[in-house]
Design a protein around this ligand. Structure first.
Ligand SMILES: Nc1nc2c(ncn2[C@@H]2O[C@H](COP(=O)(O)OP(=O)(O)OP(=O)(O)O)[C@@H](O)[C@H]2O)c(=O)[nH]1
Ligand SMILES: [Mg+2]
Length: 304
């Protein structure tokens, strides 16, 4: 399956529910409060979030007052609105060649897809001709280090690692020094998954940033929060928590090939306006693509 086919397949439930649902909802109905309320519920159900759903429905009601509407028309208007909200955040991760290495810190909750995303981003950066290095900053489990080393082998990127239980800040520090010596262009720093209620792990993340800045005061040059699309509205709290700890520069949304209710990307864009650099639709290195507002809106809303 191509990337787009995977995305489309992943969104088939969302597009049936939203795209198909809208068409069915407006069949032979007047634009009244009841139908608008049902539309709002439908959008909330697809994870657009209550704010975004309410805003859309209100503006739709305003612009179509007293008019006859049908499902395909509503779907078209909604798709346009989605693209309007998503377009400003659909921005790829850009490596600043003036920073050598360009340090990318990757954070997120357990199992969000951080390590896999690093492999994918490293693979893409290598294809663009960058010299890439990885740092095994998740020293929590030996298996986590092993996992990154395997991805390093597969993608042809050297990995800086210490033994399990080592200080993750020290790994990051040494990795920046090593990347400098070896004239690497990009350094991706993996971190242990953490939940916001683990204050010790959150403090560790702050320390990593502090220690990195001893080697390079401008590091990290990008801090990416990896979010699992299947977590639904919980990702809103994750952006707030991690963003309160380290300045986030962008998001990556994984597992859009799963049971995604893709409206969450719209909710995030509307709420935070953070760039969404890429979206993941699988476990392989080719399953990460820059995020396109139009492609996503189409996948969510389905075809005419
Ligand atoms: N289907 C699918 N699976 C993914 C995607 N991204 C990651 N995964 C899978 O999700 C699981 C967790 O991915 P990891 O990259 O290990 O996640 P992590 O955030 O590093 O996890 P911890 O280090 O344990 O916190 C793995 O089985 C990945 O293969 C994706 O876009 N789609
Ligand atoms: Mg990991």
């Amino acid at each position: 399956m191509s990337f787009f086919e995977k995305l489309r397949a992943g969104f088939s439930r969302t597009s049936q529910r939203v795209g198909g649902g809208i068409v069915a909802l407006f069949k032979g109905r007047m634009l009244d409060d009841e139908v608008l309320e049902e539309l709002e519920d439908m959008l909330v159900g697809a994870d657009f979030g209550p704010r975004m759903a309410a805003r859309f429905v209100a503006s739709f009601a305003e612009s179509h007052r007293g008019m006859e509407v049908d499902g395909p028309e509503v779907r078209k208007v909604l798709m346009k609105e989605m693209i309007r909200v998503l377009e400003p955040v659909a921005r790829p991760l850009v490596v600043d060649a003036a920073k050598k290495p360009f340090v990318v810190l990757v954070v997120g909750v357990n199992g969000a897809g951080k390590t896999t995303t690093i492999a994918k981003l490293a693979h893409n950066a290598r294809k663009e001709g960058h010299k890439v290095m990885l740092a095994a900053g998740d020293t929590f489990r030996a298996a986590a280090i092993e996992q990154l080393v395997i991805w390093g082998d597969r993608t042809g990127c050297p990995v800086v690692a210490k033994q399990a239980g080592a200080d993750s800040a020290a790994v990051a520090f040494e990795a920046i020094e090593k990347a400098r010596q070896d004239k690497a262009d990009v350094l991706f720093v993996d971190t242990a998954g953490r939940l916001h209620n683990r204050s010790d792990l959150m403090a560790e993340l702050e320390k990593m940033v502090r220690v990195m800045r001893k080697v390079d005061p401008s590091a990290p040059h990008a801090t990416l929060l990896v979010l699992d699309a299947t977590a639904g509205q919980n990702v809103i709290a994750q952006v707030e928590t991690f963003g309160g700890l380290v300045p986030l520069t962008g998001l990556v949304m994984t597992k859009l090939d799963g049971t995604a209710r893709g409206g969450i990307l719209v909710a995030l864009a509307e709420r935070f306006g953070l760039p969404v650099h890429a979206i993941g639709v699988g476990e392989g290195v080719d399953d990460l693509q820059p995020f396109s507002a139009e492609v996503l809106a189409q996948a969510i809303m389905g075809e005419d």
